[in-house]
Design a protein around this ligand. Structure first.
Ligand SMILES: [Zn+2]
Length: 73
């Protein structure tokens, strides 16, 4: 993984869009591997994705809108 892409992922997913937490650890995970990444939050938010050779982030799973909808119900 290129450093620039890693920084992009941390900037984009470092803060939880559902509860606003930017803490990692204690159930909150931000993992960046060679061509994939994973971020989970203790509120239940989870996003996973891959990075193509050009450095574009492609989400494969993101339950953010789902969680926000259930919060407003
Ligand atoms: Zn959260």
């Amino acid at each position: 993984m290129k450093v620039a892409v890693t920084i992009k992922i941390i900037e984009k997913y470092g803060r939880c869009p559902v509860c606003g937490s930017d803490k990692v650890g204690n159930g909150n995970i931000l993992e960046v591997e060679d061509v994939s990444f994973k971020r989970t939050c203790q509120c239940g938010w989870k996003v996973t994705g891959t990075v193509d050779p050009e450095g574009n982030i492609l989400e494969t799973f993101n339950n953010c809108s789902e969680l926000k909808t259930s919060m407003n119900e």
